[in-house]
Design a protein around this ligand. Sequence first.
Ligand SMILES: [Zn+2]
Length: 254
Amino acid sequence: MSQGVESQYQVLADIKKLDERIFRLQISINNIPVELSKHEKVLGEKRVVFEEAKAIYDKHTKRLREAEQELKIFEDKIKKAEDKLMEVKTNDAYAAANAEISNQKGEKSKLEDEMLKLMADLDKETEKFKQSQDQFKSEEAVFNEHKQKLDAENETLQEQLNSLKQEKNGVAEKLETAAATLYSRVSSRVAGPPVVEVSQGMCTGCRIKIRPQLYNEILGFTGVKQCPSCGKILIPAPPKAAMDPVSGMPTNGA
Ligand SMILES: [Zn+2]
């Protein structure tokens, strides 16, 4: 029995190594969208500035076009009033037509003042609009570059992850039914790699000292055990640089 448990521990140790690599890879993969969102935030800020400047620019352009139309209407009205002036027969009608012309000319002049101011403003707004557009476009190019790089990185990491998972599944096939069931149950319940070493009586998963009896059971290969605190599967830590009494060289624990 203890021989069987010992070999199961070896399988679990191999799984542990692969799980740790899988876990680190997963962290890197999870970090990619976080990294991307930082760049997205900067781009978003530039977009807001650009869109605001564009809205002001559009508003000014629209008002200027309206004013041009209004100006034409005033010019028409003035022309009509001037034509009428030629045809009037009485002094009263002449005075009325003259007043109308003078009124329309006054309104037209106000409009022209407004248009001059609009055009001056539009020059400034166009400048701001173009500048913010350039800044947005260049930030967008930076963002696309980052995105491309991160997408490629993500693809590479996903490939590595898939191949590691496959490798692990191959190793996990060597687990006996009870250990396999336990491993799958623990995997679904704990965060991080489900197999941890117990070293000097301490679970290295949660840093809690386990009961000496449980520790002895693990060291004596009496069965595959879980940490009573964090629930992870405990395997004995490999002996640290044990020396071969004959050669004086470190043994590899075999
Ligand atoms: Zn623990």
